[in-house]
Design a protein around this ligand. Sequence first.
Ligand code: RIB
Ligand code: CA
Length: 314
Amino acid sequence: MSRQRVILDTDPGVDDAAAIFMALGAPEIDLLGITVVAGNVPLGAGLENACRLVALAGRRDVPVLAGVERPLLRDQVYGRYAAIGAFSERLVGADSVTPASEHAVSFIVRQARAAARAGRPLTLCAIGPLSNIAMALRLHPEVAEGIARVVCMGGAFTALGHRTPWAEFNIYADPHAAQIVFGAGVPLVLFPLDVTMQALFTPADVVRIGATGGAPGRALAALMDEHDRSDMARYGRPGGPLHDPMTIAWLLEPGLFAGRPATVGVQVGGATSGHTFADFNDDSPRATVMTDVDEPGYIALVTDRIAALEEETQ
Ligand code: RIB
Ligand code: CA
């Protein structure tokens, strides 16, 4: 089996932490690097979080790189949990790795060019605002040839948004970047809130993640506990979503998901900036919009993969 070559672009973030752990633990994935973008928290805090998650998982071989500090054009917005800043030592420990000196955008460009030369395009997993990836594609459009697909957590089509009633956070935080990436001609696999909110981790699931024995599972469970996402009024049942790991789960077990071809766009100005829309009847669709997930299968995959990472690093 040839391993999938992946760059994970992230703004950690609690559910980013789950996605990072899954990617670090997956033998099917050759994780080339973790590129950090401002989003949930300011860039410095996100970078520190990423470095400590990598140290906790015992994967010091994977470089962590700082990227773009602010959205391309709009005023900066952070996530609802921005106040937490860097993850507390109590939850994820104090051990850390040193970030690489190369800028995340230049890393993405360099890796994509090398992938194009080798005829082995790589996968970009984008689980934060799309500022880093947009910069790479706008400065050096030819790097699209080295990118097999962008697998992105972002947008909301039939679901209402959550950061605002009309927009999902990653797209809302940098809609111009999303517009560039959506229009770059790179195949796009999109995981909007419509699908990520179908799988809810209950308090019992969180206990199971924490009980698997190792440090990453315990840290993730503690983070999920501290930043509880449950919302009975919205979901009508107990539990909360983990949005970002769906991108990694799809790379590992695509059969857990169903999607529809579409061409997608984003509103970049006015009162509804960040709103995403999809044309499911376009004759030349450029994206796949995920619509359904096997909820128990997804939750089991996340739990098992985080447990497997722990066994490797114990
Ligand atoms: O809308 C969900 C996204 O924004 C995720 O990437 C998560 O990290 C969040 O804040
Ligand atoms: Ca994120």
